[in-house]
Design a protein around this ligand. Structure first.
Ligand SMILES: N[C@@H](CCC[C@H](N)C(=O)O)C(=O)O
Length: 295
């Protein structure tokens, strides 16, 4: 089967975008893995699928698969690319687009400067919502919030890693580091992910606070590995930093792939994320017949 696709990126977090507004392509996990494969497929961190609105109060549905083929709840950089995609293809003339995701409705808005601002909804801290099992851990207060001392799986380190846990629809753990350039992202990211305290896995953010309105961030993503940027990771890190008393309401997040601006007024307010969304190229790809969902 031959299918059309669009390759996009937002702050270097890259996507294969598929249009299912006229009908389902009938893809499974193996197809998504193939499309995300940088050697045999197109190559992407996530595969985004655009579908018709499932109800009258939204404009579209947007489905996200990680490069490992698993469907996930939310993707911030993808939301900006989704908005650019439906607008540039003439699928809508609206500047603000309401879209159904697995974990609720979000609303990207195309701005006059060419960037996209997304209302990502409010962050969630209830442990069952993340989900995170904190049973038996001595929560360590800091600012108006606190950190969990997480014992890393397969780690030689003596002291537990202090993490803040946040859900942006998808699960995030954020830890403070002195310098993201030397932070053990690739070593500790998988160790945090291996913790049975995250039954649905977790995205792991390493945050360096430069000042109250500027952080540097690297994220080891669930189902992918380290990416050049993670939109929900940027939201989670800023929310964590604000609650820990380290950051103001508006923060520029420097990632390896670009800058995202995050704003959060606190409590039940939604998190707003602003950043770029770019089409890289379009094409068609032949999907091999022998792909199996049981590799
Ligand atoms: N890159 C994304 C997040 C994609 C999903 C994530 N890997 C997960 O498994 O939750 C973003 O920009 O938010």
């Amino acid at each position: 089967m031959r299918i059309p696709f669009t390759k996009m990126q937002g702050a270097g977090n890259d996507f294969v975008v598929l249009d299912e507004t006229q009908g389902r392509l009938g893809l499974g996990a193996a197809h998504y893995r193939f499309l995300g494969d940088r050697h045999f497929g197109v190559g992407a961190d996530q595969i985004l699928t655009v579908r018709p609105a499932p109800s009258a109060d939204v404009d579209f549905e947007y489905v996200i698969h990680n490069a490992d083929g698993n469907e996930v709840e939310q993707c911030g950089n993808g939301a900006r690319c989704f908005a650019r995609f439906v607008h540039d293809r003439g699928l809508t003339t609206k500047d603000t687009i309401r879209v159904q995701t697995m974990k609720g409705v979000i609303a990207p808005r195309l701005t006059a400067d060419g960037r996209v601002t997304v209302d990502m909804g409010p962050p969630r801290f209830v442990l069952e919502d993340i989900p995170f099992d904190g049973a038996g851990l001595a929560w360590q207060p800091m600012g108006s919030w606190g950190n969990w001392p997480l014992v890393l799986v397969d780690s030689a380190q003596v002291a537990p890693l202090l993490i803040a846990t946040v859900s942006m629809g998808n699960p995030h753990a954020v830890t403070l580091v002195d310098n993201v350039d030397t932070a053990p992202v690739v070593a500790q990211g998988p160790q945090v992910q291996a913790s049975p305290r995250f039954p649905e896995g977790v995205n792991v953010g390493f945050m360096q606070v430069v000042n109250r309105s500027h952080i540097r961030l690297r994220v080891f993503e669930r189902g992918v590995g380290e990416t050049l940027a993670c939109g929900t990771g940027a939201c989670a890190a800023v929310v964590a930093g604000i609650r820990l008393g380290l950051l103001d309401a508006t923060v520029d997040v420097q990632t390896h792939g670009g800058v995202l601006t995050i704003n959060w007024a606190g409590a039940d307010a939604p998190v707003f994320m602003t950043g770029p969304a770019t089409t890289v190229f379009q094409g068609e790809i032949e999907l091999p017949d022998n792909l199996t969902d049981n590799p």
